[in-house]
Design a protein around this ligand. Structure first.
Ligand SMILES: [Zn+2]
Length: 217
C-alpha cells in the first residue's frame, strides 16, 4: 500500500473511531441459505422468503434497537414437514412445508422468525415478551392493517404473548416510542423484570394492561 494511501486510511480509521456510528462502513446484506432438499414445489416461496428476510433484517434491527452485526448472522431457512408452523433456533428457521402449501399467503411468518434471530437472547427472557415483540414487528410493522386479527382483549392477558402482547406493545409505543428498544436491551442483558415497565411507561405492568383493555374495548 502506498504511504499516502496508508496515511489516508489511518485518518479514515481515526474518523471512524471518532464518529462511531455516524460514519458507518457499508453494511453487508444478510446471507440466507435455503434448504428445500426435503420438499417439493416450495422453491418459489422459499426464494420470496429469502428476499423478504434480506429486506427486513436491517428494519428489524432498527425497530427493536438491536446491535447491527456486520456481516449479519448467516441465516438458514429449512423447509420440511413437521407438526407445527415454524420455529427458530439460533440462526436457523425451520418452516413446515405442509403449512405453506395450505397457507401460501403466510409469508409474513418469516418476519416473526427473523425477529427471533435478531433478538438472539442467550439469557432467560419471558416468552410472552419475546413472542409479543416478534409479532409486533410482523403485525404492526410489516403486515398491512387489513390482515391483522380483531381481538377481544376483555378476557385476555398480555402474558398470552403473540398478537395480544403485540397489540399491547403497539399501544404502549404511541406514548413511549423507545419501549420496544428498552425491552429488547433488558432481555438481551438478562436484566428484564416486570417492574421495569414503571421506568419505561410510568405505571406498573398490570395497570398499563388494564388501561390498554379499557382503551380497546
Ligand atoms: Zn416466535
Amino acid at each position: 500500500m502506498h504511504f499516502r494511501t496508508r496515511f489516508a486510511v489511518a485518518l479514515m480509521t481515526i474518523a471512524l473511531f471518532a464518529f462511531g456510528g455516524a460514519v458507518n462502513a457499508k453494511q453487508a446484506p444478510l446471507s440466507v441459505t435455503v434448504d428445500t432438499s426435503q420438499t417439493v414445489n416450495i422453491d418459489q416461496w422459499a426464494q420470496k422468503a429469502k428476499a423478504l428476510e434480506i429486506e427486513w433484517y436491517p428494519k428489524i434491527v432498527k425497530i427493536i434497537g438491536a446491535k447491527e452485526l456486520n456481516p449479519p448472522p448467516p441465516v438458514k431457512l429449512v423447509f420440511k414437514a413437521f407438526d407445527g408452523v415454524a420455529y427458530t433456533s439460533g440462526n436457523v428457521t425451520t418452516v413446515n412445508v405442509c403449512w405453506i402449501e395450505q397457507h401460501p399467503d403466510d409469508i409474513g411468518l418469516v418476519v416473526h422468525e427473523l425477529t427471533h434471530v435478531v433478538q438472539a437472547y442467550d439469557k432467560p427472557a419471558p416468552g410472552w415478551l419475546v413472542e409479543g415483540m416478534a409479532d409486533y414487528v410482523r403485525w404492526w410493522c410489516y403486515e398491512p392493517a387489513s390482515k391483522r386479527a380483531h381481538l377481544d382483549f376483555t378476557h385476555a392477558s398480555y402474558k398470552q404473548g403473540y398478537q395480544v402482547t403485540a397489540a399491547f406493545l403497539h399501544w404502549l409505543v404511541k406514548d413511549h416510542p423507545n419501549i420496544i428498544k428498552e425491552a429488547n436491551a433488558a432481555c438481551k442483558a438478562g436484566t428484564y423484570n416486570d417492574d421495569l415497565f414503571v421506568q419505561w411507561a410510568g405505571k406498573p405492568l398490570d395497570q398499563l394492561w388494564a388501561d390498554f383493555v379499557k382503551a380497546n374495548s
